[in-house]
Design a protein. Structure first.
Length: 256
């Protein structure tokens, strides 16, 4: 179940980007219910109740998000989520054309396109006065995985030679493109006055996204063979470089 609107006032807040906050007297999520935040970067709630397996998901593409509440009661397997998005894979290069007729050269291939970086996970700060934890609370702030680089195209083959002309040369293979960089994990901070339960039940996943793999080099086009003189084989492309793994975020717990 997805909960996107709680009352007319919340609808207005979520639909207008001029409002930076969503203010609620109480947000009570049922078992397995999902609450999405698409515009605001701050929830200000008097009482937050997250039943077992309920979920708050930030989909606002903000770098930093906040939840302020006086009382928070968290059930087993509840989730707060603001993960980065995966980057797209780069396009492969186009293959070269084979020689068009006897003694003609193959054309060069094109290089692949770079993989896109993963986006960063958002940082979340929880300012909760009185917290009761009855089971594991999962906080998911991982960076998005990067896309792989596209492969280089293969060079076209040279045309066959004849008695009066040499075989055509093969085209060069395209270069593999670089893989993208993984997104950084978001930072997590919980500030509280009193916590009932075990703080070790709060499991934060904020590792960086995986690096994109560099694209494969395109193979060289074959030389055209002739009865007298063969053509030359093209050059193989270069391998694409791998991207970098995203950096992990920081986790901190502070008692007021």
């Amino acid at each position: 179940m997805v909960c996107r609107v709680v009352g007319i006032g919340l609808l207005a807040l979520l639909s207008l980007p001029l409002f930076g906050q969503v203010r609620l007297d109480k947000l009570s999520l049922k078992r397995g219910e999902r609450y999405e935040v698409r515009v605001s970067d701050m929830l200000v709630i008097d009482t937050l109740v997250m039943a077992d397996s309920s979920r708050i998901v930030f989909r606002n593409d903000k770098d930093q998000n906040f939840i302020h509440c006086k009382i928070a009661i968290i059930g087993k397997g509840a989730v707060i989520q603001a993960e980065g998005k995966a980057g797209a894979r780069g396009e492969n290069g186009r293959n070269g054309q084979n020689g068009n007729g006897p003694c003609s050269n193959g054309t060069n291939a094109t290089s692949g396109k770079a993989g896109q970086p993963g986006s960063h996970g958002s940082s979340i700060s929880l300012y909760w006065d009185y917290v009761t934890i009855t089971g594991r609370l999962w906080v998911l702030l991982t960076g998005g995985d990067a896309g792989d680089g596209g492969n280089g195209g293969w060079g076209g083959s040279g045309g066959s030679g004849t008695r009066v002309c040499a075989g055509g040369n093969g085209g060069n293979g395209g270069d593999g493109a670089a893989g993208g960089n993984g997104g950084n994990g978001g930072n997590f901070q919980l500030q509280y006055k009193q916590l009932t339960g075990d703080s070790r039940q709060i499991i934060v996943r904020n590792n960086g996204g995986s690096a994109g793999r560099g694209g494969d080099a395109g193979e060289a086009g074959d030389a055209g063979l002739g009865p007298k003189v063969d053509g030359k084989r093209g050059q193989r492309g270069k391998e694409g470089q791998d991207g970098n793994v995203g950096l992990p975020g920081i986790v901190s717990f502070v008692q007021k």
